[in-house]
Design a protein around this ligand. Sequence first.
Ligand code: MN
Length: 260
Amino acid sequence: MPEPSVLASLVSGLTSGSIRIVDLTSPLSSSTPIIQLPPEFGQTATFELEEISRYDDRGPAWYWNNFRTGEHTGTHFDAPNHWATGKHLHDVASVPASRLIAPAVVLDFTAEAAEDPDFLVEVDHVKAWEADHGPLPRGGWLLLRTGWDDRSITQDSFLNADENGPHTPGLSVECARWVAQESPVIGLGVETVGTDAGRAHSFDPAFPCHSYLMGSDKYGLTQLRNLATLPPTGAVVIAGPLPIVTGSGAPARVLALVEG
Ligand code: MN
């Protein structure tokens, strides 16, 4: 008997349940937390539905809505042109589709983030992880598990801000630079409201994950959930941002395929 094709094996794995599909996407609603910038800057809009008709006089047999949202709301994809460092690079619609399906590894810093919400991952943390699990995947995602998805119930607990600004975990400046410029991954995925740590507004450069990743033609994925159910290595991530022409990012349905 000939070997089954790779796609036939995939379908058989999905049918038998030996390949699981994990939804990494946070639900999108008017209560989805959004980032808040200092008041001197423009602000992103919360997600809002506007009902067009619901089986009524406005449309007797159909229900549909318009929606309004910031590009960077909920689980979303950051395109290179989101940041000044990547302004001549791809918009979200022109990111090659071949880069939207990619392997992923999960680095778990839940314990560290529980102890210190301002916890920053350093290059040495990633290298220690690589010593145990092998190199970061070429063309894949580094997914940062911090336990922050449990806090997405309310805007306040998710942003975790005080008078000095938000306190959420992320990467150090040097780690952001290393991931962007030296590691083989195409992007960083996080559970928090943005790829940068809460305190990153005061780093040099400010928002180093955005600055270095976008400037290196790499991507961000935010407000992921269910990373706890993924293995450290071996998952495949399918990230589907809306192809907003000229857009800087878009809400995305993000799924992971996991074996076993
Ligand atoms: Mn974003």
